[in-house]
Design a protein around this ligand. Structure first.
Ligand SMILES: Cc1cc2nc3c(=O)[nH]c(=O)nc-3n(C[C@H](O)[C@H](O)[C@H](O)COP(=O)(O)OP(=O)(O)OC[C@H]3O[C@@H](n4cnc5c(N)ncnc54)[C@H](O)[C@@H]3O)c2cc1C
Length: 417
């Protein structure tokens, strides 16, 4: 039977980042780390052939990352290898059929950028490429875990091929439907946002000018995230499950017409140039983030509405916080893991996640009502906020990860960019 200091279940952005942080920590470098994932190895895509105009662009899930995540990924040596989607310098948010509008501009707020669009799969590939350089980390893909037993001393994992693993610390980084969370019977609170997100790449007649855009429709928000090509955007169109299903089934002409109308033709005619995928949106929040010698991070602990693009940012800060606490623990010659340390992690990160969940709920409910009075209040509120640079600076500082209780590696004063 193999024994590991840390077994991380899930080689997504959170699991791989945690493995790197532990392997590079001042006091945690000696840890033996095993990462297990049920999916395939994240292999780099072959260099793409130049795409003829008629061929569809490849579908890419992207995430808007903030400065705190950039600081973390820069320290890990991963950021310079993430190619070429531009930082966005402006953000426009408005409500359909109303005069409610707010705009942010990096330059006038004294910021280098308002955010960075990163390809999810490329991020995973680059994290994994870095992991391969560190001998303390071993990764296994295509692995099925059949059973987990957690005691006060250790965790025992049984794999489908009959192997057993022992772990001093088990980390559930296995996403929204976490098997670890279920096996360890850690309860969650959840509610359905009653929206599905349609994600796709679109081409627009007008260039996006490195501006992220979001329009609040009566059915939900539609975001246009600028990609490297000035005429390509990734859309996240959150809407009713029925409309999402209809959009997926629609012929391209009808899809393009609906999309162009939904975003008020802000960039002229919009055209679908990739496949579209749909994601049901659900808030999940683990009531308990640790048990015995096991702990949850990122989407395994919480999922939120994508309207503010904060889910991955939150998850990356979870693993940075956990790695920081483990490193401190070892620096003081304390055991790798104890209940006091895990409780500190839980309290720290739960509070950040709760604030984000509440903010998303306020946004969603605030924009959910189509009563004329509610629309007027929203419009006036946004117009007033738009004229208050100090308030706008505060909103942006929070969204960008320049404020809040950040792990040291992501703090602007400790890690300026
Ligand atoms: C439509 C949409 C748009 C979004 N946009 C943004 C954005 O702009 N900005 C942002 O910050 N966030 C965004 N998010 C959130 C972000 O995508 C997630 O928070 C993030 O990807 C979660 O990373 P993770 O590593 O926790 O989980 P995942 O990426 O889900 O990785 C989990 C890993 O665990 C593995 N796994 C699962 N089960 C098992 C098992 N039983 N055994 C072994 N391995 C297992 C999986 O194969 C996977 O590799 C968005 C989410 C959605 C749905």
């Amino acid at each position: 039977m193999q024994t590991w200091d840390v077994v991380i279940v899930g080689a997504g952005s959170a699991g791989l980042t945690l493995a790197l942080l532990l392997a590079q920590g001042d006091h945690s470098q000696q840890l033996k780390i095993q990462v297990l994932d049920q999916g395939p190895v994240p292999e780099p895509d072959p260099v793409p052939e130049p795409t003829p105009e008629t061929q569809p662009a490849s579908f890419a899930r992207v995430s808007a990352l903030n400065l705190a995540s950039k600081r973390l990924l820069t320290t890990l040596g991963v950021w310079p290898h993430l190619s070429a989607n531009p930082a966005y310098q402006q953000m426009d948010v408005w409500e359909a059929d109303s005069f409610a509008r707010i705009s942010f501009d990096a330059q006038s707020l004294g910021l280098p950028a308002l955010g960075f669009i990163v390809d999810n799969e490329q991020l995973r590939q680059q994290l994994y490429a870095r992991v391969l350089q560190l001998p303390q980390i071993s990764c296994r893909f295509g692995v099925k875990i059949t059973n987990i037993n957690s005691s006060a001393e250790q965790n025992l994992l049984q794999l489908q091929d009959g192997q057993m693993l022992l772990a001093k610390l088990l980390v559930g980084a296995d996403g929204a439907n976490s098997f670890v969370r279920q096996q360890l019977q850690m309860p969650i609170a959840f509610w359905d946002y009653e929206q599905h997100a349609v994600v796709a790449t679109i081409k627009t007649a007008e260039p996006h000018q490195q501006t992220a855009r979001q329009v609040f429709l009566p059915t939900g928000p539609l975001a246009l995230l600028p990609l490297a090509d000035p005429h390509l955007c990734s859309i996240v169109w959150s809407t009713t499950p029925e409309q999402a299903a209809n959009l997926l089934a629609a012929d391209p002409i009808s899809f393009n017409q609906q999309l162009t109308a939904a975003c008020n033709a802000v960039l002229g005619m919009a055209e679908l140039v990739s496949e579209a995928a749909v994601y049901p949106l659900r808030m999940r929040y683990a009531k308990q983030w640790f048990t015995q010698q096991a702990v949850l991070v990122a989407d395994a602990a919480h999922t939120i509405h994508p309207l503010a693009g904060q889910g991955m940012n939150l998850g990356l800060m979870d693993v940075a916080a956990l790695a920081e606490l483990i490193n401190q623990q070892l620096g003081q010659n304390l055991p790798l893991v104890d209940a006091r340390m895990l409780r500190t992690y839980e309290r720290w990160r739960k509070s950040e996640a709760q604030q984000m969940i509440t903010a998303m709920e306020l946004f969603k409910r605030g924009f959910g009502s189509s009563l004329p009075l509610a629309k007027l209040v929203r419009a006036v509120g946004m117009k007033l906020t738009n004229q208050m640079p100090v308030l706008k600076q505060k909103i942006m500082a929070a969204a960008l990860g320049n404020s809040g209780d950040l792990p040291a590696i992501a703090r602007p004063e400790v890690n300026p960019l």
